[in-house]
Design a protein around this ligand. Structure first.
Ligand code: 45D
Length: 319
């Protein structure tokens, strides 16, 4: 018997995933636009970590310049309306443009607005805004989440704002960034793992050498990001990496490797990832679940957000 994508997805079934994230996003989406904006704003300003302004340099903000300038010049009420439209997925030109941005441009867009809100250039959340009871409860729940989980909620919410007509707006094409020069490249050490494919995956990702990382996959290999469906095939994975992975720092710590059916090998690695937005002030606890085919190519890798840091330590015991 050989693996299929469906049977590959469920390797290491005991991995405890941070289900609190999709649950929070779901309750969040049921709130009014005003409540959503206020709740995000209160959580964001309370998090106690600030965005690394240098992160904006790795983002192609030119794509958002027009819209940002437009918003900047609006009267306050209109500015608030634009933000509500984005949350409500209203069909407006700005919402459509927003939907065409890649993840980092969307995050950068809100970062710019938050900066202008602090400076009084863009309408802020009204001081003393009273959230509904539901929103206040969710705010308490958000506060309990680990930093990395809060960030994932933010990212998820921000990605889905705006209006995409047929559910599919053509994405703006961002330029391809060259990999880091080899002199600057670092090599990871993963306790318990000597597998060359897995080590090379981590090293290539950290060097932003996505072409080399994708070459480690089988032709029809798949990569499953947290809370998303798998991305299948080298070409699609490369496009995804170019859009989502620039500036990420993978910090794998420990792993286990064992034989699986049909000459395959399954390897689970736990560790952290840092996003360029917050560099080393937030570590996101993750696991990578690799399934390598008999040729040593990546047939499947699932990336999961872990429920708790304890999951990092349990590795050898629970799988
Ligand atoms: O007024 O190996 C609000 C893969 C609204 C690839 C706002 C991966 C109100 C393979 C929005 C609050 C990618 C899967 C204003 C690994 C309001 C692989 C502003 C994993 C102004 C490891 C809010 C990578 C702002 C992972 C400015 C898991 C919010 C990466 C900004 C995770 C929020 C990255 C930001 C994450 C959030 C990044 C910048 C979770 C960034 C989150």
């Amino acid at each position: 018997m050989s693996f299929t994508l469906n049977s590959a997805r469920v390797i290491f079934p005991d991995t405890q995933v941070a289900e609190a994230v999709p649950e929070t996003v779901k309750s969040f989406n049921q709130l009014s636009a005003e409540d959503q904006l206020a709740l995000l704003w209160f959580t964001y300003t309370e998090m106690g970590v600030t965005i690394t302004p240098a992160a904006m340099q790795v983002v192609n903000m030119a794509f958002a310049d027009n819209v940002l300038t437009q918003i900047k010049q609006m009267p306050a009420l209109e500015q608030t309306q634009v933000m509500c439209d984005l949350v409500n997925h209203t069909d407006t030109p700005i919402c459509q443009t927003y939907s065409s941005f890649g993840t980092n441009v969307k995050l950068g867009f809100w970062y710019q607005l938050s900066d202008w809100m602090k400076q009084g250039i863009v309408a802020p959340i009204p001081v003393g805004y009273q959230m509904s009871e539901k929103a206040s409860d969710l705010f308490q729940a958000m506060r309990q989440l680990e930093g990395g989980q809060q960030l994932t909620v933010f990212q998820d919410v921000v990605i889905n704002m705006g209006y995409a007509p047929t559910g599919h707006t053509p994405k703006v094409k961002e330029p391809v960034v060259p990999p880091q020069e080899s002199a600057l490249q670092t090599k990871v050490n993963i306790k318990g793992i000597k597998n060359v494919t897995v080590l090379s995956y981590m090293n290539h990702m950290n060097a932003f050498d996505f072409q080399a990382a994708v070459a480690l996959f089988a032709e029809e290999g798949a990569l499953k990001p947290p809370f998303q469906e798998p991305i299948v095939g080298q070409e699609n994975i490369l496009a995804y990496m170019r859009e989502e992975c620039y500036g990420l720092k993978l910090l794998p710590a420990e792993g286990i490797s064992e034989p699986a059916e049909g000459g395959f090998t399954q390897i689970k690695v736990a560790g952290k990832v840092q996003t360029p937005w917050f560099s080393d002030s937030v570590g996101i606890n993750l696991a990578w679940r690799f399934l390598l085919n008999p040729e040593g190519k990546i047939f499947f890798v699932g990336i999961d957000l872990l429920a708790s840091p304890q999951e990092l330590l349990k590795l050898g015991v629970v799988r």
